[in-house]
Design a protein around this ligand. Structure first.
Ligand code: XIL
Length: 471
């Protein structure tokens, strides 16, 4: 276990946000979207078409708000619990774990084909009262138990964990932040990562912090040196999250791209995990997204809330949707930057592990396979036809695109082959049968072409359209 989980040899193939380990091109050699593919019309669709995700923080208490869930379900394909997975929420009394609100969010997301980032296993803030008053080896033990229990509980349901949050000090020291956890010994962070790795070897394990955006800042360099050291010593770390709460005191700076690419060069994925920008200037949002798209290992962006009224900094109106749910100029800028950005490469960067998954078996290598499946036959009495086409393919997953004709209000049933799993969808409203293998996609006003990402999990069979019904 210890050997297998070190550094680059951590198993990587089963999560949606992993950078493709190797090019396993379709027999057609078509690695990129066919020219007929339209640019995405939602944040999640546009990101997914580039092999990335677009997420938001979600509060369980808002899931009963229809306007909120309408935007959530339409626009995003990754979800972070805003507070519900924090230590005070999941272990309110020592040894008594409480997962109800977190599970509400996880179930909402996963039943709709969205992935989940876990936030957060260990942090100096939002600790339960019993933990705040602990110290020394008892605290270390309690922290490790918490990491183990929570990561085990959600094993297989979260693609990435913020294992440790905000452990570095602001200001010029570049060192660790003082906290009860830090006082248990400087090795508390790596101990937390090792415990998380043992509990959920397939999740991506991230370090997450704020004010680490400016490459020249001591705090950024402090985190960079820790990650470099972890990689050198085989501490299991896969990713670094940049919260990126930008405001007048800690503004966006143009060396942000240097920061992202410098961390990525250490051999970790980088993600923007809690983006909000005071006043939501469209140009700044555009720059942030362009910076991510310019870095192949920047595989996802999460904004910290949906509408301005949902924001923890509501008075700064820092998000992409107005309080009434309408799209702001920043939304259009972000969508355009996603659509104009580069797809993550389908070939591995020189530092990644060799491919471990089997090559596709569903299409014979000697003859040119069809790139689209035969359309469904309309049912008697009128209906619609749905044609499934192969789209981008990565080392561990592939996109499919379905074009519907004959109806504008349609419902298309698609089946994937276990152990395949659909990890993201766009331009439709999906529901699932109890097996999770059969998806019914309904039109949602985004046009007649919808798409989805399938995690191959070793099986490259093309998903099948079972029916198309006009309603
Ligand atoms: C914030 C939440 O948005 C608030 O609802 C809560 O009151 C405080 O925490 N960095 C983090 C997030 O990692 O967990 C914080 O979320 C914002 C700053």
């Amino acid at each position: 276990m210890t050997e297998r989980c070190h550094g680059d040899t951590r198993p990587r193939a089963r999560t949606a946000i992993v950078l493709a380990a190797a090019a396993l091109l379709a027999a057609t050699g078509a690695a990129f979207l066919p020219s007929t593919a339209s640019a995405g019309t939602t944040l999640g669709a546009s990101a997914a078409e580039k092999g990335r995700y677009f997420g938001t923080a979600v509060a369980a208490s808002r899931l009963s708000d229809n306007a909120y869930t309408t935007i959530l379900n339409r626009e995003f394909n990754m979800v972070t619990a805003e507070n519900e997975m924090k230590m005070n929420a999941t272990e309110p009394q020592q040894g008594r774990f409480s997962y109800g609100a977190a599970e509400q969010i996880v179930n909402h997301a996963r039943s709709r084909g969205m992935s989940v980032r876990g936030h957060t296993l260990a942090w100096h803030s939002q600790q339960p009262g019993w933990m705040e008053s602990m110290s020394g080896s008892a605290l270390r033990q309690a922290m490790l138990n918490h990491v183990t229990q929570v990561a085990t509980h959600f094993r297989g349901q979260v693609v990435a964990w913020d294992v440790v949050n905000e452990a570095f000090a602001d200001g010029s020291s570049g060192g660790r932040r003082d906290s009860n956890l830090q006082r248990t010994g400087n090795d508390w962070i790596e101990a937390a990562f090792r415990a998380a790795d043992a509990a959920d070897p397939n999740a991506k394990l991230c370090y997450n912090d704020y004010n680490t955006d400016n490459w020249t800042h001591a705090k950024t360099q402090g985190v960079y040196n820790m990650v470099r050291d972890f990689k050198a010593r085989g501490v299991p770390i896969d990713c670094v999250g940049f919260q990126s709460h930008f405001n007048n005191n800690s503004p966006y700076v143009s060396n942000y791209r240097t920061t992202l690419s410098s961390f990525a060069a250490l051999g970790v994925d980088v993600q923007i995990t809690e983006l909000d920008i005071q006043g939501a200037p469209a140009n700044t949002y555009r720059s942030v997204v362009e910076d991510c798209m310019a870095v192949p290992r920047c595989n996802g962006i999460t904004v910290w809330g949906i509408r301005d009224s949902d924001s923890w900094l509501a008075s700064q109106t820092p998000l992409l949707f107005n309080s009434n749910g309408s799209k702001k100029a920043a939304y259009d800028a972000v969508l355009a930057a996603l659509n104009n950005g580069a797809a993550v490469p389908t070939t591995a960067p020189p530092t990644s592990a060799p491919p471990t998954s089997a090559p596709p078996t569903s299409t014979p290598p000697t003859s040119a396979p069809p790139t689209s499946a035969p359309p469904t036959t309309p049912p008697p009495g009128g209906g619609c036809t749905a044609t499934l086409q192969d789209s981008t393919r990565w080392g561990d997953r592939f996109n499919s695109q379905v074009t519907v004709s004959g109806a504008s209000n349609w419902s298309v049933v698609v089946a994937v082959t276990p152990p395949q799993k659909v990890s993201a969808t766009w331009n439709g409203s999906p529901t699932w049968d109890s097996s999770g293998n059969v998806m019914t996609m309904r039109s949602n006003g985004s046009g007649n072409v919808f798409g989805f990402t399938t995690m191959a999990n070793g099986n490259w069979t093309r998903p099948q359209v079972l029916s198309c019904t006009a309603s």
